[in-house]
Design a protein around this ligand. Structure first.
Ligand code: KG4
Ligand code: ZN
Length: 359
């Protein structure tokens, strides 16, 4: 039986600088002792997307502060931890490098083991941190940068069943908000508008439903929304409040339909799983959650708390614990990887979100 493990996790792969302390004790629920996230939304707001150089500089400035804060909130010193886990990819390389360099420095200075973690594994293993799920389970990762179905068979054993061939759904929500003059991040704004709208007024396409398998596509949907908006503007000189709400409702219904049908197919490919779990910011969407819960049927449906669904370091600490329990660690040659698919056997995705490595 593995001993207790208290691990520092470090996350800096996109626009959130995170540090967290997580404790594992055999036979007990995992404990998040602290989970500090410093976001960078304000720094990137004027640019309409994450600017890699700005992100990297902000990570370099904030990382040691968030680590200090995470230790302080947990009431621990570096001496009292068992290992340092860090996101080693995939992600924006400047940010990943900042985290990996800090983790290497802390490991060298303290003699504590270093564990490199795949950021996507962090998301995919979160249901084990929050609910102690047993393998195998099905995971739908839906964020601003990623969309894929994974069968999670073990801490380092993932089978990708399908994914987006172009945009990620969060990206499509953000773009929709932008096209309709709603604030960013677009997801919550579009969801709020959609609640007042008629999802049937605009029959938007359901991309790739006519093709077998679990791959998804969202870029055509975005284009259809833009056309519908432009037609209304050309006809009436602008959009009414109801137009905007109906466009949002139609868009959200199309995303939910596509994700629900592809989830049904993914579930059919995974007999004997313990649960169907979601992670990523889009999993916050109530309409989507309701649809996925219905699709799951007798399979338990699980959506971790939002703070653990979006980018955070607790999931990195936990994924580090999972690797440590297998006896896997890294040394100071650990490299930062901008691309790092979870399932090396699956064919590369044509697109994995135009924001590139954002997961
Ligand atoms: O996982 P996340 O915080 O960041 C990464 O992409 O890494 O996800 C952010 C994305 C944004 O695109 C945001 O618009 C979307 O999640 N989002 C939502 C909702 N809340 C956040 N999309 C749909 N409905 C929501 N309620
Ligand atoms: Zn992520």
């Amino acid at each position: 039986m593995t001993r207790s493990l208290t691990v520092l996790g470090i996350e800096s792969s996109c626009d959130d600088t995170g540090a967290a302390l997580v404790r594992y004790r055999p036979g007990m629920a995992a404990e998040i002792l602290s989970n500090v996230v410093a976001g960078q939304t304000d720094l990137h707001a004027a640019f309409g997307g994450v600017v890699p150089e700005i992100a990297a500089r902000a990570h370099a400035e904030k990382l040691d502060l968030v680590v200090e804060e995470a230790l302080a909130r947990a009431g621990l010193t570096l001496r009292q931890i068992d290992a340092i886990a860090v996101t080693a990819g995939p992600g924006l390389i400047g940010g990943v490098l900042s985290g990996v360099m800090l983790a290497k420095g802390l490991s060298a200075a303290t003699g504590k083991p270093l564990v490199g973690v795949n950021h996507l594994a962090g998301h995919a293993l979160t249901p084990r941190l929050t609910d102690g799920l047993d393998f195998p389970y099905l995971m739908l990762l839906v964020s601003g940068g990623h969309c894929q179905f994974l069968r999670v068979d073990g801490p380092e054993d993932f089978a990708r069943l399908g994914g987006t061939i172009d945009d990620a759904p969060g990206e499509a929500f953000d773009k929709t908000a932008k096209l309709l003059g709603l604030p960013q991040p677009g997801g919550p704004a579009v969801e709020a508008e959609a609640a007042q709208g008629d999802p049937k007024r605009f029959p938007f396409p359901r991309p790739l439903l006519d093709r077998p398998g679990c791959d998804l596509s969202f870029s055509g949907l975005k284009t259809a929304l833009m056309r519908a908006r432009d037609a209304l503007v050309a006809e009436n000189g602008g959009l009414t409040r109801q137009d905007r709400a109906d466009l949002c409702a139609g868009f959200q219904a199309a995303v939910a339909d596509v994700l629900a049908e592809k989830s049904r197919r993914a579930l059919a490919l995974c007999p004997g799983i313990s649960a169907f779990a979601v992670a990523g910011g889009v999993a916050a969407n109530a309409t989507l959650r309701a649809r996925l819960t219905a699709i799951a049927g007798a399979t338990p449906f699980l959506a971790p708390p939002l703070a653990l669904c979006t980018d955070n370091a607790a999931m990195i600490a936990w994924a580090g614990i999972e690797r440590l329990r297998l006896g896997h660690t890294d040394d100071l040659t650990l490299s930062a990887r901008p691309r790092w698919p979870l399932d090396s056997a699956a064919a590369p995705l044509i697109g994995s979100g135009k924001r590139g490595a954002k997961a």
